[in-house]
Design a protein around this ligand. Structure first.
Ligand SMILES: [Mg+2]
Length: 231
């Protein structure tokens, strides 16, 4: 049995900055500033993004903790509104993803899962915007579960164990993502890692993180399925 754990942004879909815009508006609404700008969001959990933005504006961790819930609530409301208002072409499923998810669903030896820095509610908003039902993922670990992404892989494995009612070895977990943080997250538990260059990182940049496999995109369903099942 393999547990295929998909990242969302840059891996399943591109939201074209909807998350960043919503987060920056929430930060401004609660703290008066979104920080100095130029921050990288890719591969980070939503709580981590808030903390780093507020720290860069000079806030203490106590300030961050006191305002975290308010910022995330405003972020989620803004994200939902922005995704609903967007024209259909502003959020895209990446090449081959629908076919790959269907192939995983149809394979008796694969459990579909999510492993993402998005809050679970935000993950649902983004997936709904491209017509992917979050319920098809039997296992999930989200940015709402933990601020530190590497901790999410162990949580996903624990939830896979609970879902299947038996032990799941880390080597049965396959982390599929578009950033070095996804690869590191999988490596933290000894999972198999598949990197895909449909986000902000090139094939060469991803290869330097030493994933088991790197794809330009997920459009070759047969090759990606082999990488998931035969690893
Ligand atoms: Mg990503």
């Amino acid at each position: 049995m393999k547990i295929a754990l998909f990242d969302i942004d840059g891996t399943i879909l591109l939201a074209h900055g909807a998350g960043r815009r919503s987060m920056e508006r929430a930060l401004v609404a609660v703290t008066g500033t979104a920080g100095p700008g130029g921050q990288h969001y890719a591969g980070k959990t939503d709580r981590q993004i808030v903390r780093e933005a507020m720290r860069s504006s000079g806030f203490s961790d106590a300030d961050v903790d006191a305002r975290m819930a308010d910022i995330l609530e405003i972020y989620l409301g803004g994200l939902s509104a922005e995704l609903e208002a967007q024209e259909q072409e502003r959020i895209d499923v990446l090449p081959g993803v629908r076919e790959l998810l269907d192939a995983c669903d149809a394979h008796a030896g694969i459990v579909l899962g999510l492993l993402t820095g998005n809050l679970v509610t935000g993950a649902g908003h983004k997936l709904r915007a491209v017509g992917v039902d979050i319920q098809r993922f039997a296992v999930g670990a989200f940015g709402s579960d933990h601020e530190d992404r590497p901790a999410l892989a162990a949580l996903a494995r624990d939830r896979a164990c609970a879902h299947l009612g038996r032990e799941v070895h880390a080597s049965s977990c396959v982390v599929i993502g578009d950033t070095p943080a996804d690869v590191a997250c999988g490596q933290a538990i000894g999972a198999r890692t598949i990197a895909v260059a449909t986000g902000n990182f090139t094939i060469d940049e991803l290869r330097q993180c030493d994933p088991h496999v790197v794809f330009a995109d997920l459009s070759d369903t047969t090759a990606v399925m082999e990488a998931i099942v035969d690893g």
